[in-house]
Design a binder for this molecule. Structure first.
Ligand SMILES: [Zn+2]
Length: 193
């Protein structure tokens, strides 16, 4: 099983890098989500970020709603050696696709900075009770400061991309971080992702 660190400072270090990658994704026009894959010795072996609004290349999946940060990590790293010893750090709770991919690959542990009460897999299934996912340990939101930072970073995207029902869940889960986020311009016809 997983042999990664349980030191809060180690979580913090890797979640900070995931958040930095999330900001890079935002600057590139994609959704602000980042992820890093860390081995049992604490070394980052792969980095990824959301690329939904960027061109597909030989190196990266892009221009598709499946171009999530975690998928970017998994496509980039290739075959995993001893996946049960690896920890995936993400800036935002993985969706069902990315959570499913992590479990399918046998990743030992998934740690995320901020919950996603609409798009996160936790709204749909409990990892601990699903036969395909219960081998993967999950550690949600271990660092309150980075949790708030991640919520502030993603809130405008949640407001833009999610339906009213999803935004309402965000407002309920993160009232402070979603306060004052701009109402979506009714003239804005940008497709929702
Ligand atoms: Zn995803």
């Amino acid at each position: 099983m997983s042999s990664g660190s349980s030191d809060p400072q180690v979580h913090r270090l890797h979640l900070q890098e995931a958040l930095q990658l999330a900001r890079e994704a935002q600057e590139a026009g994609s959704a602000p989500v980042g992820a890093v894959l860390v081995n049992a010795q604490g070394a980052v072996i792969a980095r990824g970020r959301n690329r939904v609004a960027e061109a597909q290349t030989a190196e990266h999946v892009g221009q598709a709603s499946v171009a999530h940060a975690e998928m970017d990590v998994f496509f980039g790293v290739g075959k995993l050696e001893d996946p049960g010893t690896l920890t995936l750090y993400t800036s935002l709770e993985p969706c069902l696709m990315c959570g499913g991919a992590s479990a399918l690959l046998g990743v030992g542990r998934v740690v995320w900075a901020t919950d996603d009460p609409w798009g996160g897999s936790g709204r749909l299934i409990a990892w601990s009770s699903h036969p395909a996912m219960q081998e993967t340990e999950v550690i949600p939101t271990p660092d309150p400061e980075l949790e708030a930072e991640g919520a502030l970073l993603f809130a405008p995207e949640a407001k833009r991309a999610f339906p009213e029902e999803g935004w309402a869940l965000w407002r309920g889960r993160y009232p402070r971080e979603t306060e004052g986020v701009q109402e979506r311009d009714p003239e804005d016809r940008t497709p929702r992702v």
